[in-house]
Design a protein around this ligand. Structure first.
Ligand code: FAD
Length: 509
């Protein structure tokens, strides 16, 4: 039988696009179908760490940490404009913490081995306050500084998308899969709806991969109608503030929160991001809403460490995602469930599922999935090349904002500025240019104002009020470029008005 593709991947998050790049660079004709927009799920709502996971050492999960540290190295190497080394400072308040975290960070250095990106050091109180002056000084006994990475999750996803396309892949957003059918007891046929154009689609492939994250069980159900129970969703919320509340070059890891976890205070795009929480939820959501007690918990914990207190009035944005965790029925506390990933086949119909893991190891998850496909279907083995594969726009030593976001493609934005004679920003409070919107429509499958404000730029994540104020301008720019009627613009603005409510703590609508 003739198939349209070798492989169809369902789900356009980090896992789906990571697997897509792996597949296409190993010679498979590959189609990726995303039901909403690329990155709409948890991929856009991560804490933005590239890490082995210092906190997982407490679970004695050494192999998991080592895997993350190895992938951290490839991540930083292959997307040097988007991913950078970041120092993390752990404030210490007692000798128990000092001993625990000194041993932990030294072990972390050791597990990094040859791919380590810097050794941890202990600082006394005075030096700690020179490095991070915004701590409450009287409670500190010193700190530890260690190294990990940091990135912009959806800009990285766009880089993966463009890399996939450059190697001959096909990716379609707003293509929601509603049915996966078998031929001779094996899944081959995928159908669904192009939700923006109200058109149905139907594609076939030799192998089908489910990379739908927290929706894994629902997608598997499309193949056999059974109620699968392989994934848990655990919600994590972040708050964004002006950096004046904690101005430091280091990211801060608060080691002991009252729920026994850690909390990060991260410098990110000239703001600070504080999070996250870990709350088990019954049903997954693409756009979950932060709970009031999560918000209170983040603010209270921050205020226990920072000199200057924050309140809900200071929140510029709140964003919330849900981790796809492989089910471990024995453990009720999701913070303690391993972040490991699992690839498995549905033995009745051969759907391949990849689930769990974390952003940092997207490449490894892709490699493991394609290795699994080759061994499960007894195909000739191909070699993975992604460890050394620079992403298509990779650029070392970016010099400015545009190069940091677009790597080598920054020139295309300069060309659009010239073409349109438009050098203006979208909003005075944020760094994004109007020409970027046009670039994103032309090159990054941006189809709605939401795509631009949330995942191509990060306006909604950085300042929800500014994003709302940008909606009309962005809608008009897109409507002109895409030849859309006036009612399209009105609908887009209305949609953003509704969405912004989720990203604002104090409703100012
Ligand atoms: C709060 C939080 C903080 C995190 N922080 C970090 C961090 O700092 N570092 C790190 O390494 N990892 C982090 N992670 C983990 C990381 O974000 C996730 O592991 C990763 O983004 C999951 O990607 P995914 O592609 O598996 O899932 P998703 O991003 O959720 O993608 C699944 C996609 O499938 C699509 N889909 C679903 N059903 C269908 C269908 N029927 N048809 C077509 N498409 C469909 C969805 O629209 C969605 O886009 C964090 C996660 C959370 C929630």
């Amino acid at each position: 039988m003739q198939f349209d593709y070798d492989i169809i991947i369902v789900g356009g998050g980090a896992t789906g696009l990571g697997t897509a790049v792996e597949a296409v660079t190993r010679g498979y004709k590959t189609l990726l179908l995303e039901g909403y927009d690329h990155g709409k799920g948890n991929t856009s709502k991560s804490t933005k760490l590239i890490h082995g996971g210092l906190r997982y050492l407490a679970n004695m999960d050494f192999a998991l940490v080592q895997e993350g540290l190895e992938e951290r190295y490839y991540f930083l190497n292959n997307a040097p404009h988007l991913a950078k080394k970041q120092t993390y400072l752990i404030p210490l308040r007692n000798y128990k913490e000092k001993i625990k975290y000194t041993i932990g960070t030294r072990l972390y250095d050791y597990l990094g081995g040859k791919l380590s990106i810097g050794k941890s050091v202990n600082l006394n109180t005075q030096k700690t306050l020179e490095e991070a002056k915004d701590f409450q000084a009287d409670k500190l006994i010193g700190s530890i500084v260690y190294s990990d990475g940091q990135f912009d999750d959806t800009r990285m996803l766009m880089s993966l998308y463009k890399t996939f396309i450059a190697h001959g892949g096909t990716a379609l957003n707003y293509h929601k899969v509603t049915k996966i059918d078998s031929i001779d007891n094996s899944v081959h046929q995928v159908s669904g709806e192009n939700v923006l154009e109200n058109k149905s689609f139907n594609y076939s492939a030799k192998y089908i991969i489910n990379a739908t994250g927290t929706f894994n069980d629902y997608t598997e159900e499309l193949t056999d109608g059974k109620n699968h129970q392989n994934v848990n969703a655990a919600q994590g919320t972040h708050l964004v503030f002006d950096k004046k509340f904690f101005d430091t070059k280091h990211a801060i890891l608060i080691p002991e929160t009252i729920d026994g976890r850690v909390l990060f205070i991260l410098p990110w795009h000239d703001k600070i991001v504080v999070g996250t929480t870990d709350v088990k939820v019954a049903n997954p959501s693409l756009e979950p809403q932060a709970q009031q007690d999560e918000i209170d918990f983040i603010i209270d914990t921050f205020n226990q460490y920072a000199k200057q207190s924050i309140t809900t009035r200071d929140v510029l944005s709140v964003f919330c995602g849900q981790r796809p965790l492989v089910k471990d029925k024995a453990k009720k506390n999701t913070a303690k469930i391993s972040r490991k990933h699992v690839v498995y086949a549905n033995s009745q119909n051969n759907l391949i599922n990849i689930v769990g893991g974390k952003w940092t190891i997207y490449r490894r998850m892709g490699e493991d999935t394609i290795n699994y496909v080759e061994s499960y279907f007894k195909l000739e083995k191909t070699n993975s090349v992604t460890r050394e594969l620079k992403l298509v726009d990779a650029m070392s030593n970016p010099q400015d904002y545009l190069q940091e976001r677009y790597g080598q493609n920054y020139k295309e934005i300069l060309a659009i500025q010239q073409e349109l004679n438009n050098y203006d920003k979208i909003h005075d409070n944020l760094p994004y240019y109007q020409a970027e919107v046009i670039y994103q429509v032309r090159n990054e499958q941006a189809k709605t104002v939401e795509d631009v404000l949330l995942r191509r730029t990060r306006e909604m994540f950085l300042d929800a009020k500014a994003a709302l104020e940008s909606a009309e301008l962005v809608a008009n720019l897109m409507a002109k470029e895409m030849n859309k009627p006036e009612n399209w613009t009105t609908q887009q603005i209305e949609h953003i008005r509704g969405l912004a409510k989720l990203y604002m703590v104090q409703s100012i609508l």
